[in-house]
Design a protein. Structure first.
Length: 188
């Protein structure tokens, strides 16, 4: 009894693997396409300077002192290419019982950074102060609650060298103090 055989054209054996290969290539192309800006993770890192003024000047004797501060981010890198620098100021705060090199700060609260691109970011932060190795460091961590980068986590770090107590004995006390500031803002 003769056996019959079904002969298939050679190209039909390639049909299934070709379909699978096409699906894989399509999936890989989708992964390589840029993510729309509304869904892209954003990140901003900044460094700069902090300038604080005190009235009356800080002395070795605790007293209520009005403090103003101007912070300038002179260099920023960001996933938003228009954001390259920024600044903010904290004015009118009173520090009760302030003295030279005393780590007690005035009330914290939100701060609003004005960026060079005309946008703003308001941060709600919780502050922790430490003194280590002659450096007074304040770390503020929280969230951007309004403006550019809303919803991102934020960390701001201020660092000031402890002052020479002799500066606090000068007439009028210590009226200005300069330090550095850095910020890291990252959205999920």
């Amino acid at each position: 009894m003769p056996m019959s055989a079904t002969v298939r054209p050679p190209h039909s054996r390639l049909r299934l693997p070709a379909v699978v290969l096409l699906a894989l290539l399509t999936a890989m192309a989708a992964m390589l396409m840029p993510v729309p800006a509304a869904y892209a993770a954003s990140s901003t890192t900044c460094t700069g300077s902090s300038h604080a003024t005190y009235n009356p000047g800080l002395t070795l004797t605790p007293q209520n002192v009005a403090a103003d501060e101007i912070d300038t981010f002179s260099f920023c890198t960001s996933t938003d290419p228009t954001l390259t620098s920024g600044s903010f100021s904290l004015t009118g705060g009173t520090i009760p019982g302030a003295a030279c090199n005393d780590v007690i700060a005035g009330p914290g609260g939100p701060l609003t950074v004005t960026w060079n691109n005309g946008q703003t970011s308001t941060a709600a932060l919780t502050y922790v102060l430490t003194v280590t190795g002659g450096i007074l460091q304040t770390v503020g961590t929280g969230t951007i609650t309004a403006g550019e980068l809303t919803g991102a986590s934020a960390a701001f770090v201020w660092a000031f060298v402890l002052v020479n107590p002799l500066q606090c004995l000068a007439p009028g006390g210590l009226t200005t103090h300069d330090g550095t500031i850095a910020a890291q803002i990252t959205s999920p």
